[in-house]
Design a protein around this ligand. Structure first.
Ligand SMILES: Nc1ncnc2c1ncn2[C@@H]1O[C@H](COP(=O)(O)OP(=O)(O)OP(=O)(O)O)[C@@H](O)[C@H]1O
Ligand SMILES: [Mg+2]
Length: 258
């Protein structure tokens, strides 16, 4: 059975795309069949972090120009990915029907995918809520700043109230150390639990790191380029935790009809 995982956040720029890329590569390295799908259609950039310039992207599929298999590009570690396409204004306002068509076509590829990783735009937009709630495991990327807490809370509240999602996984990015990351998670869970009937699963932490920043500039994801670095190990540990997170079973539009 394919497991679908959304990497999402309330606040922008917290490291979703970099986490999605490195978690996807970590899973791929274990021999699983993994697809990374960039749904940040307005400003798609997963392909930049992966160091690839794909021939086709999701925009072309949605225009009806190419079939779904053509938009699956090759990335390192046998990872497959679907680039979002960028600068396409009409993509920003994809209607639910177009999103649904995309989801249906990917669901047809179920046999070829063990894990689908979905990188979403920030915030509680229709598109983010659509794709996050279509996944089994929504992962919220959090950084230790009040604005990130507030925006992550708003996203979780919207996903819970509008889409009936109960289980979320939380990955603390740009952390000073493990202890402070866990403390921040506990604090955030406490706030959420006070007002919402949600369950948060701790997926671990990624350190604030110049090596990560440099890997992004070099377009060489750290999990592939420096596999034994502490940063790569943190992504691998997070990937192992994320796939253990409790899955949602709400009804509604879901990837792979689950
Ligand atoms: N662990 C980290 N350590 C240091 N810098 C980081 C780390 N994670 C992310 N960054 C920095 O944050 C920037 C934004 O990362 P990324 O593009 O992954 O964020 P995002 O949440 O996907 O942004 P957007 O909301 O625009 O989609 C990176 O270019 C990098 O400079
Ligand atoms: Mg991004």
């Amino acid at each position: 059975m394919t497991v679908s995982i959304a990497i999402t956040s309330g606040k922008g720029g917290v490291g979703k795309t970099n986490c999605a890329v490195n978690v996807a590569l970590s899973l791929s390295k274990t021999g699983k069949k993994v697809v990374l799908f960039d749904t940040d259609f307005g400003m798609a950039n997963a392909h930049i972090l992966l160091g690839r310039n794909p021939e086709h992207n999701a925009a072309e599929f949605l225009h009806g120009d190419v079939q779904i298999d053509k938009i699956l590009s090759d990335a390192p570690e046998n990872l497959k990915f679907i680039a979002g396409g960028s600068g396409l204004l009409e993509m920003l306002n994809l209607d639910n029907q177009a999103r649904y068509r995309m989801l249906q076509s990917l669901s047809d590829l179920e046999d070829q995918i063990d894990y689908l990783l979905v990188d979403t735009p920030a915030g509680a937009s229709d598109s983010t809520l659509f794709f996050a709630s279509a996944c089994d495991i929504p992962v919220v990327v959090l950084v230790a700043e009040p604005t990130s807490f507030l925006d992550a809370y708003s996203l979780i509240k919207a996903a819970h109230i509008d889409k009936n999602i109960h289980n979320f996984s939380v990955l603390v990015n740009m952390a000073d150390n493990s202890a402070s990351a866990k403390r921040n998670f506990d604090k955030f869970f406490e706030i959420c639990r006070r007002f919402l009937d949600v369950n948060l699963h701790y997926a671990g932490m990624i350190p604030l790191s110049n090596a990560i920043r440099r890997s992004i500039v070099k377009r060489a994801p750290i999990v592939s380029a420096q596999p034994s670095s502490p940063e790569a190990r943190a992504f691998q540990a997070a990937a192992r935790e994320i796939i253990k997170a409790p899955q949602n079973e709400q009804t509604g539009i879901r990837f792979f009809g689950s």
